[in-house]
Design a protein around this ligand. Sequence first.
Ligand code: EPS
Length: 355
Amino acid sequence: MELTLASAGESHGPALVAIVGGLPAGLELDRDAIDADLRRRQEGYGRSRRQQIERDRVEVLAGLRHGRTLGTPLALVVRNVDHKNWTWGMSPWPPEGEPSGKGIKPVTLPRPGHADLAGVLKYGHDDVRDSLERASARHTAVHVAAGAVAKALLAGIGIAVRGAVVDEEGLRRAVDEARKERDTVGGVVEVRATGVPPGLGSYATKEDRLDARLAFALMGIQAVKGVEVGDGFALAAMRGSQAHDEIRPDRRRDTNHAGGIEAGVSNGEEIVVRAAMKPLPTLMKPLASVDLVSGEAGQALVERSDVAAVEALAVVAEAAVAWELAGAAREKFGGDALEDFVAAHRAYLERIQWA
Ligand code: EPS
């Protein structure tokens, strides 16, 4: 059983949408729990005034009845409240009436570090906005909603996933300083998953490797430039005798340098992954750029933006890891009904006698 996710949505368009396939029937979803994750994603330190405009809430259009999944595609929507200020500028159809609101003037000064330049070259756009709207991290909202669904599924087999900023105090200090200097900052987040049984993922092919899948999922999040599993880069400087986690008679480990994954397979220890986020590229003191129409040197686009979105990344990375673990669990335990999935998990733990 393959878990699938397709998403669409521009930052200032009408809405963000996701279609989730491969869920078992009978999974109970709690709207408040999904909305709580959407709220956590919005609350981070250093976010822009945009977050005071948005009150992200999930809507479900299909796949759910009376709070339980039907085993059919689940359609999720998160609306962009800010769209009301962009109805002409981001109208999906040719806009009617006089231009008004935001987004009516083409953006021609690409920001270094954003999708702007590569996007217009690749797709042949005349307006950088045609690229930046989708490249924006705004659509992580609907991925967080999907991640909350994945967490509900994982909870059924005792797996919990939590993301956090690695140095929250340091980040807040850095945000305060950067805000004064009208600059931006990045940071590092860590996601931990407990209750993961040994045997999720496989060494059989690179596509099956759980570490590869988690790295792909994390690197797929906007502004992420580095990913580590367990001790990651630090392992390169260790001796083999220090780097590996000795196996006790009960098959557990006292150390977890591997971050819960060996040879692409979960080993029953806590999964630990980290993602490094670059500083956001929209700068209030812009960097050098080029005007794509005149060809003259200029300064990059300045528009409302965040000083940092690292706390948001912790929530988005949590959702991404939950999503991948849920996918790997669906592949291993299958089942059309939630009960079948849970029973297959229980039978597996009995076979390997894993407490
Ligand atoms: C973003 C720019 C900002 C962020 C946005 C991502 O939006 P705006 O340009 O409307 O101020 O707030 O993130 C969100 C809206 C969100 O909900 O995460 C960007 O360029 O990536």
